[in-house]
Design a protein around this ligand. Structure first.
Ligand code: ZN
Length: 409
């Protein structure tokens, strides 16, 4: 965390503009040309033909009632832009579709929530398409993928392995991630031991340096992932060398990693403060997170404020939901493991933060602050092989629980 060396901001910004400008030549967006609606006696189905596998994020708004889905890496055929379509159901007023950002298409269903029993957002394959089923309250039929009475439209005869069910009563499920929906496996994990070389990171009172602790934990974690789980585990550095922040996720992308875990040890002005916290990339309004990110980024807090709009664009396309899931499971398991050696260790929770090292990762990416070097008790523990191995074990358990959760749907 705390580092005396200030990295110049310019190369980071240059790198960002390359990221942002990289699109046009080979357009990765899929073009959406068709939206279909079917109103049956006891449900309404809206189908968005996408064609290629794409990540999507469902959500809802109350008053006015809206169910919406954002399809990422997509562009709308101009014929559909800004169009709205009536639906023959008194609980739905219309369906609208628009290009929300240059790479996100949004479908909005204007609904009257009090008249709706439930709804589901899911996908079907061959060709890939997104389906929104809405069940009105009036019907006695249970919300099932093939409601009795009417057959589903021919194109959708092969019913989905239904992997998600989102209802207005269960908003916690709205954020279920794509990786989880698809049950995608994990083969390669990139572990990033924070700092290194001329950048020591934080230092404890005894002189213990963050870069050394981080590398040790990362090496132990690699061993566990390889030997116990048979996964590919790759380090961004294997020794005390310099690796620029912006290169670390580039390494993960090149290796086609499924997960990216950056390992750090914390430092805080208040030496009494201690505990474990885990971050995923997001815009954070929390000043203490901004301060931590500033020191991890080796830049100023003000600069982070200046970059907010740039960050906003990047964050929109990042795997935030997946990263948050991974962060929560690592945090939970890490606290549990460390508390066997330091029972008073605090769980400071999972937070979003603007960490450069997480930018540009094409996979769920998190940054773990294992414990505080600035806290005398925790520094003493971080010196021991036992505590470092427990940290590796805790992070390992979190990664494994995340992988297991992907298969559950
Ligand atoms: Zn650090």
């Amino acid at each position: 965390m705390k580092t005396e060396r200030k990295r110049p901001l310019f190369p980071v910004l240059a790198c960002l503009s390359v990221l942002l400008a990289a699109a046009p030549q080979d357009d990765p967006r899929v073009e959406i040309v068709n939206l279909r609606r079917f109103t049956h006696t006891n449900f309404t189905r809206i189908v968005l033909d996408i064609g290629k596998l794409r990540e999507y994020i469902p959500g809802e708004l109350q008053a006015p009632g809206r169910i919406y889905v954002d399809v990422l890496q997509a562009k709308l055929n101009p014929i559909l832009q800004g169009q709205s379509y009536p639906v023959e159901a008194e609980y739905i007023s219309q369906v609208r579709i628009s290009q929300k950002t240059s790479s996100t298409v949004r479908v909005v269903v204007d609904v009257e929530f009090p008249r709706i029993l439930s709804y589901r957002v899911y996908h079907l394959f061959d060709p890939f398409r997104l389906v929104i089923d809405i069940y009105p309250r009036e019907t006695n039929a249970p919300p099932s993928p093939t409601p009795p009475g009417k057959a589903p439209p021919p194109a959708d005869k092969t019913q989905p392995p239904v992997k998600r069910e989102v209802t207005p009563q269960d908003p916690s499920l709205v954020g279920t991630s794509m990786a989880r929906q698809l049950g995608l496996g994990v083969r390669t994990v990139v572990i990033d031991p924070g700092h290194g070389g001329v950048d020591p990171g934080a230092s404890g009172k005894s002189g213990l340096q963050e870069k050394t602790v981080n590398l040790d934990i990362a090496l132990a974690l690699r061993k566990l992932l390889k030997e116990k789980a048979g996964l590919d585990a790759i380090l961004t550095r294997e020794s005390d060398v310099d690796v620029p922040l912006e290169n670390r996720t580039v390494i993960a992308n090149q290796k086609r990693a499924d997960l990216f875990v950056s390992i750090h040890s914390n430092a805080h002005r208040d030496r009494k403060r201690g505990g474990v916290e885990t971050f995923f990339l997001n815009i954070s309004p929390d000043p203490s997170v901004i301060a931590l990110a500033a020191s991890e980024n080796a830049t100023s807090s003000k600069r982070i404020g200046d970059m907010k709009t740039v960050l906003q664009k990047i964050v929109q396309n990042s795997k935030i939901l997946e990263s948050r899931d991974l962060a929560e499971l690592i945090q939970k398991n890490l606290v549990k493991a460390l508390s066997s050696d330091l029972p008073a260790i605090k769980n400071l929770g999972v937070k979003g933060g603007p960490f450069w090292v997480l930018i540009g990762g094409e996979m769920p990416s998190v940054l773990v602050e294992v414990s505080h070097l600035s806290n005398a008790k925790e520094e003493a523990k971080l010196k021991t092989k036992k505590y470092r191995e427990l940290a590796a074990q805790g992070i390992y358990n979190g990664i494994m629980e995340y992988i297991r959760s992907l298969g559950k749907g």
